[in-house]
Design a protein around this ligand. Structure first.
Ligand SMILES: [Zn+2]
Length: 263
């Protein structure tokens, strides 16, 4: 009985002195902040971009980093979205606004993800908006044009700091990793970003608005567009995917006005 009373006193002591509230701390005892693998991935991606890591070292590191991100994605309830649920990445537009000629502007040859900002090729589709006066506003509506996530996934890297005169080709860009398809999706030349590394997205979620950021995209000769790439991880190498048919099949949100529907 005496032992029990002693035990109760010890328990009471522990509750009073070791409970976070007793110390005036409000930190919940949750697992470590999920932002951690993402801030380090963003830094890793920036080193690739700026040529501050060798291609071999980057190639070796990439798979492990993405595996950690994949595990975190599922542990936080990240979902798998089939490609039939994908959404066209520019709101109010469809694939009819992508260049019609040849490969629709897609050139995979010469591209190496690990070459960063100095990469060759154009492993992407440029999705043009109606912006004759280049003010990044849709000429039909006077409004900014939303960039939507095509796939599900998690924001793994971005750049917010682009300024006029910067040599950075992607400008204000976003990279999203889709663990379900082992894809990296790249959205470049945005005017303004609305996401942070570590944010989980589903198809159709707002990422940014279309802009003219980036070395060449800022030049007068460049019509306002979203530069959109899909890369599939193959033996640790992000390989460009010719995703034109996926862009054609993707759901358009909101439904474009009728002239754009005749594709
Ligand atoms: Zn482009």
């Amino acid at each position: 009985m005496r032992q029990l009373r002693y035990l109760m006193l010890v328990v009471l002591f522990c509750v009073l002195f070791f409970h976070p509230i007793a110390h005036g701390e409000n930190e919940p005892s949750l697992p470590p902040s999920p932002s951690q693998p993402y801030t380090t991935f963003n830094d890793f991606n920036t080193r690739i971009r700026d040529g501050r890591i060798s291609k071999t070292a980057a190639h070796t590191e990439l798979s492990g980093r993405l595996a950690a991100i994949r595990a975190d994605y599922y542990s936080r309830g990240g979902q798998e979205y089939a490609s039939t649920e994908w959404v066209f990445p520019v709101a109010g537009y469809n694939a009819g606004t992508i260049e019609k000629r040849g490969g629709h502007g897609f050139v995979a040859s010469g591209y190496d993800f690990f070459s960063g900002n100095r990469h060759g090729g154009h492993p992407a589709y440029d999705i043009f908006i109606r912006d004759r006066n280049q003010d990044c506003r849709d000429d039909r509506t006077g409004e900014a044009v939303k960039v939507l996530s095509m796939t599900g996934g998690v924001v793994v890297a971005l750049e917010n700091e682009w300024r006029q005169g910067s040599k950075l080709r992607g400008g204000r860009y976003i990279w999203i990793y889709d663990p379900a398809h082992n894809l990296l999706a790249y959205y470049a030349h945005n005017e303004k970003l609305f996401v942070e590394p570590g944010m989980i997205v589903k198809p159709g979620d707002l990422l940014a608005v279309v802009g003219r950021s980036g070395l060449n995209a800022a030049k007068h000769r460049s019509p306002t567009h979203l530069h959109f790439s899909v890369l599939r991880l193959t033996d640790g190498q992000p390989v460009p995917v010719p995703a034109y048919s996926e862009l054609q099949r993707a759901k358009c949100l909101p439904k474009p006005p009728s002239p754009l529907n005749h594709e």
